[in-house]
Unconditional design. Structure first.
Length: 456
């Protein structure tokens, strides 16, 4: 069976063939750690998670890298506002991000990379681009990419080259801009007073990297010069991913990424959910309404990652009700776990192989639940099998006295937090969290498969 994914580069669904059959090399643009991401942001990470799970489910080994942008215009500006060092500021939001991904059942990538750990690699790429004439130094010492030197500039976002050349007469130093401002962009930003303590002394001079070069360096350092899949939200197509292509291909002369995959927006009142529009919700808002973050994941999977979806609380509450019904069915099927139905499994695989058709995959679960020709224990096994991709947490359900109990989110969060502390060997913190969990009436037992939660 072949996997088919929609490639933004060709604007078509293509058969997926990895460059190296032994390992799929996948890179996902991660968060800029300068505040709590809103739930619209999390669509990108849930989409990448499902994609990775589908690849794994199909027997492929995946090397998945996700970055944390801990240096850019926004992190500098916000850390200064709070009077904190860049490091302490970004570390706080990185931790918050890790906690959120746990509660959304997003699997950890093979590696999280922090941009500030890769300054040297960025400088090397920029030097290469200066040496081969693709980049130039401006009078203030900043280095810019000369987009006219890269004839295929615009191939991802499908910008019309003619327009672009006419407009491309200037330079842009900010990290984010739109298509109206197609210009030479900053690879290296020379130090200015507004940067304060944030700078590196390098062969390029005193300064800091532009945002776009960060992902070129982190992806190629970890995955090589050619990647199979690069993911991100549609907002990243221009300028971020367009610039990544120009930088990477300009430096190596090789095709940077084979399959570019992008998820669509989450809307509120038909407008994109965004910090700037002040129409956003965070996972904290979801939890405050007594909705489990997993219900948000479930709600997202009801739509294709390539369609825009409109967020309303009623819909999310409806998703939570539906998910609880699924949990109840799973519980009612008894304790025994039988065999996976191969027929259902094949259909499930077929749906997901068609550009991750999660809506049909979810509808199939309901067919399975109602199917009188499949035994209860086989249904249970099949649901668990599907959950390797869907990540709805059937294996985490706590069932007591015939009653389905989903561990309260707050408890689950503390347990996840404690697990992070335990892994990091912060034993004092881990013990304190255990006490806190106890106060809420739950006990944690560390099992080889992960923490087990028991109601006291
Ligand atoms: Zn990126």
């Amino acid at each position: 069976m072949s996997l088919k994914f929609y490639n933004t580069l060709s604007r078509e669904k293509e058969d997926f063939v990895p460059i190296n059959a032994d390992e799929v090399r996948m890179y996902s643009c991660g968060p800029t750690v300068y505040n709590y991401p809103h739930i619209g942001n999390y669509r990108a990470y849930i989409f990448a998670d499902v994609l990775k799970r589908v690849l794994t489910y199909n027997g492929l080994k995946v090397n998945h890298i996700m970055n944390l942008t801990d240096i850019d215009d926004k992190t500098i500006r916000e850390s200064q506002k709070q009077g904190k060092t860049l490091k302490e500021f970004t570390e706080f939001y990185s931790e918050e991000f890790f906690k959120d991904t746990l509660s959304l059942n997003i699997l950890k990538p093979s590696k999280f990379t922090k941009a500030t750990d890769y300054i040297e690699s960025m400088v090397k790429i920029i030097e290469k681009l200066l040496n081969n004439g693709m980049a130039y130094k401006s009078p203030d010492g900043s280095v810019y990419y000369d987009i006219k030197k890269f004839p295929s500039y615009g191939k991802l976002s499908h910008l019309v080259i003619e327009d672009q050349k006419e407009n491309a007469s200037g330079r842009i130093k900010t990290d984010e801009y739109d298509k109206e401002n197609v210009q030479d962009f900053a690879l290296w930003k020379s130090w200015g007073a507004e940067d304060g303590e944030v700078f590196w002394e390098t062969s390029l001079g005193k300064g800091r990297p532009g945002w776009h070069i960060e992902c070129s360096a982190m992806s190629m350092d970890n995955l090589g010069q050619q990647l199979d899949i690069h993911t991100g939200g549609v907002d990243n197509i221009f300028p971020h991913h367009e610039n990544e292509i120009a930088q990477s291909e300009g430096a190596t002369g090789k095709e940077f990424v084979k399959y570019w995959m992008h998820n669509e927006w989450v809307l509120v009142d038909q407008k994109k959910m965004a910090k700037s529009a002040n129409n956003f919700y965070t996972l904290r808002d979801v939890i405050d309404r007594d909705i489990d973050p997993i219900a948000y994941r479930f709600w997202l999977l009801m739509a294709s990652y390539r369609t825009r979806i409109n967020f309303v609380w009623d819909a999310l509450e409806g998703a939570q009700t539906a998910l609880k019904r699924l949990y109840k069915h799973y519980n009612d099927f008894g304790q025994e776990i039988g065999k996976v139905s191969l027929q259902y499994q094949e259909t499930f695989k077929n749906y997901l192989s068609d550009d991750l058709d999660t809506p049909r995959a979810l509808a199939l679960i309901w067919d399975l639940v109602k199917d009188e020709n499949v035994s209860a224990q086989d249904k249970k096994a099949t649901m668990l099998d599907f959950d390797q991709v869907l990540g709805l947490g059937f294996d985490k359900l706590k069932i007591e006295n015939e009653k389905v109990e989903i561990i309260p989110t707050e408890v689950q969060k503390l347990v996840d937090e404690r697990e992070l502390a335990r892994i990091a060997k912060h034993f004092k913190k881990s013990d304190d969290l255990r006490d806190e969990i106890k106060n809420l009436g739950y006990q944690v037992k560390d099992q080889p498969t992960g923490p087990e939660i028991i109601k006291m």
